[in-house]
Design a protein around this ligand. Structure first.
Ligand SMILES: NC(=O)c1ccc[n+]([C@@H]2O[C@H](COP(=O)([O-])OP(=O)(O)OC[C@H]3O[C@@H](n4cnc5c(N)ncnc54)[C@H](OP(=O)(O)O)[C@@H]3O)[C@@H](O)[C@H]2O)c1
Length: 267
């Protein structure tokens, strides 16, 4: 398949109110003049982003306030999005984590994590895939997963499990639709300097080479989607860590990760 042409197309971005989602939205608007459907719970932030991008980049933005842990809201996002314009790109980026021992994660919070990181992603892929295939425009879906989907990560157990689900699901589904003019990309970053890490004790890694800056991460993500990569891990250090992890026993990987996280999280 040819690369995606994002210019002047409608692209939906979930989790556009902060971090990686917001930065991808900014780069799509400024560099590609993509029109955007911005999804998250914090509408004040989405409205401010819409005003900024429409003024500065001259694109059209549509805000959808939705709690993606709610199945009703997830279905509404799809219905509202396809009524806005011809959706060409879908970036499923919204996500939450829990840092710390799994047994300390409240059950309701675990269910919320699963609903946001897994169920909403699979539901939106199940709705948008047939839609994009019917459109025959060569569109694409990108799922923002994590390196945690490829490794055991003590003290982020539920998160690592949820991301492993979406990585495996997306790569499997990519193969199912590959002859139907639709690409599915999994983007799997290591640590990024965003609210997710800043709000946690992983601040420990701030200003180290273990946290990628959000601008370069967003740019890598857009390139991965545009060039229809199957699975892309940004950053040479991340890719080196992944290579190393494949050469040693998995228990050793879990043990090394545990040591690093223990120091960072003070658990
Ligand atoms: N930061 C990292 O180190 C890192 C590493 C690897 C992968 N990732 C992945 O990158 C993606 C973006 O995370 P980030 O680092 O940019 O974190 P972030 O700054 O905390 O952004 C998370 C985004 O998800 C949205 N969101 C969370 N729960 C939601 C819900 N129930 N309904 C709707 N939107 C919801 C938030 O919006 P509202 O709060 O306004 O709803 C926010 O826009 C996530 O999938 C994350 O797992 C992050």
């Amino acid at each position: 398949m040819k690369d995606m042409t994002l210019n002047s197309r409608w692209v939906l971005v979930t989790g556009a109110s902060s971090g990686l989602g917001k930065e991808m939205a900014c780069q799509l608007a400024r560099q590609y003049k993509s029109n955007l459907i911005l999804v998250a719970r914090r509408t004040d932030k989405l409205d401010a982003l819409k005003a900024e991008l429409e003024k500065e980049a001259g694109v059209c933005c549509h805000v959808i306030a939705a709690d993606l842990s709610s199945p009703v809201d997830v279905d509404r996002v799809y219905e509202e999005a396809i009524a806005v314009g011809d959706v060409y790109g879908v970036i499923l980026n919204a996500g939450v984590t829990h840092f710390g021992r799994h047994v300390e994660l409240d059950w309701a919070a675990f269910q919320g994590l699963l609903a946001t990181n897994v169920t909403s992603v699979i539901r939106l892929m199940s709705l948008f895939s047939p839609y994009l295939i019917r459109k025959k425009q060569g569109g694409g879906i990108m799922v923002i997963s994590s390196m945690a989907s490829l490794l055991p990560v003590p003290y982020q157990a539920a998160y690592a499990g949820s991301k492993a689900f979406v990585t495996n699901f997306s790569q499997s589904m990519r193969q199912e639709v590959r002859d139907e003019n639709l690409s599915i990309t999994v983007f799997a970053p290591g640590g990024i300097d965003t609210e997710m890490t800043r709000g946690s004790k992983l601040k420990y890694f701030e200003n180290t080479m273990f946290l990628q800056d959000v601008q370069s991460c967003a740019s890598d993500a857009i390139t991965a989607m545009k060039t229809r990569r199957s699975l892309y891990v940004p950053g040479a250090l991340n890719r080196l860590q992944l290579l190393f992890s494949r050469l040693v026993p998995r228990n050793m990987v879990a043990s090394i990760a545990q040591t690093a996280y223990r120091k960072a999280l003070d658990v």
